[in-house]
Design a protein around this ligand. Sequence first.
Ligand code: ATP
Ligand code: MG
Length: 214
Amino acid sequence: MITIALSKGRIFDETLPMLNAVGIVCTENPETSRKLVFSTNNQDVRIIIVRASDVPTYVEWGGADIGIAGKDILDEYAASGLYYPVDLNIAQCKMMVAAKNDFNYAGVMNEKRRLKVATKYPNTARDFFSSKGIHIDLIKLYGSMELAPIVGLADVIVDLVSSGKTLEANNLKAVELISNISSRLIVNKAALKMNISQMKPLLNKFQELVSSVN
Ligand code: ATP
Ligand code: MG
């Protein structure tokens, strides 16, 4: 049996067609169901639905053999025992630093002044600013990061940006790119070794599918 961990939301919408393309069809629509475990047309494959940020945890600890997770989550979580064989090129966006329109980010960076940073991604933010020699005060948030600079909670935020419309609607601007983000297939290394006969053909199909569209 192969267990695949997915999250609902953005990644899911783009993942379902890929699963279908590699021959895996859910017997029910997870989007409209409250169930968390789904069987598929393949009796050796089941799908579990977990929170996006929990996908690496499930795969690392063997609750799932394979998962699909954003590079943002993988960079932040830094799991051991995981193998990232395929970049699925889906859910593309950018990890960025953003600030109020009138904030002088270049000035702060040039003078290496201390920055107050609000984010859902503390490790990513700490690593980025420390690589630039900037000391930061880190404020961990779980959502609505855009509010933080508006109410003076932080000077900047570190968050995902795709169209930039949410920033714009809140009088914020992206000021620096941290990294390009997309979703990756992640695999538990031990599970791959133990069940190479079922896992390898499935991973190969994903690899072929991704190379065929690029
Ligand atoms: P929750 O909203 O329950 O806290 P979440 O924010 O982690 O969960 P999503 O918003 O669905 O869940 O994000 C899941 C993943 O989708 C992210 O980890 C990221 O890789 C990707 N993603 C997030 N925002 C965007 C975006 N604007 N454009 C493209 N991909 C995105
Ligand atoms: Mg979200």
